[in-house]
Design a protein around this ligand. Sequence first.
Ligand code: KG4
Ligand code: ZN
Length: 344
Amino acid sequence: MKARILSIETSCDETSVAILAASKTAIRLAHHETATQIPIHQRYGGVVPEVAARTHVAEVVSLLERAGAFAKRPPFDAIAVTRGPGLATALRVGIDAARTIAAVTDVPIIGVNHLEGHLASVWLVPENRKNWKFPLLTLLVSGGHTEIVLMKDFGKYQVLGRTRDDAAGEAFDKTAKLMGLGYPGGPMIAQLAVDGDPNAISFPRPMLNDGSFDFSFSGLKSAVRREWELLPDAKKKDSQVIADFCASIQQAITDVLVAKMLAAAKKSKPVMVSIAGGVSANVHLQQRLAQAFAEKFPSVRMLLPAKGLHTDNAAMIAAAGYWQLRNGKKSNWKTLDSQPELDL
Ligand code: KG4
Ligand code: ZN
């Protein structure tokens, strides 16, 4: 199916606009621009919803303008917008922009689940698309979510397990914050972990062998706080000590994610696996998962999102919007509303 989709993502701390040109034979990202708010939220040590929403308002108009969205003959024939999950006031900015454009241009609007967007980020890689097969088991790891999702078809998803408290990204962010490493913690911990010993500190691996596909990361955060507070101040500035902490935190998180994915694969027998969401940018996690699957399920191919499409972006929202459009699903601009708690 041929379509040019304008997409808008404003669920958290990235304002992003894309245009995806899709046909039966080719998918091309004609335009993609993301304005990150990370430097703004760094001042507060985390995302401040009100600040995020206000910044989206300022950014989304200029991003849309640069995408040609206000041209007399707009270069798209559908609009995809993230409707949830995410911050209520932040989501509203993108949705209201999309609804206004839909009303003025009379093109169909598609409300997209942000989590389905992350699943679709993997499909944007041409090589992945060529080999795409279901069932596909995805580890969806972001700042707000940690889920093991069995994709049975486009639009047909079964959540096999999820976190009962913090998400994996949150575990990175919160432990980094209490060590004074800044926001976002994931990339920071990953970078510092390179010189550290992953076995230096034995942090808990909750629910590792409980037979479920669920996760719990809040205990890890408490354990890191306890260990960190035991350190004398001089040690807290010692680069080897910091590196060892980071490597041990990353190892504990990765161990659980990999073990649960192997268990889920044993049960659901996928033909492919993928990882998506901000934490999938973690090279250590990518390598460990690839290695584990190569050993235990050598016939299962592992797919990754394109570089730069791990964290939030509008390209993945356009891709998920295209999946819906192909399945004949559209929304109504008059009634489309944000769903901050939406799940898959
Ligand atoms: O998908 P995303 O941009 O936003 C949500 O939908 O939540 O994910 C952001 C999360 C943050 O928690 C950030 O610390 C984490 O992804 N992250 C990483 C890495 N890069 C980003 N975590 C571990 N290692 C990384 N390299
Ligand atoms: Zn996300």
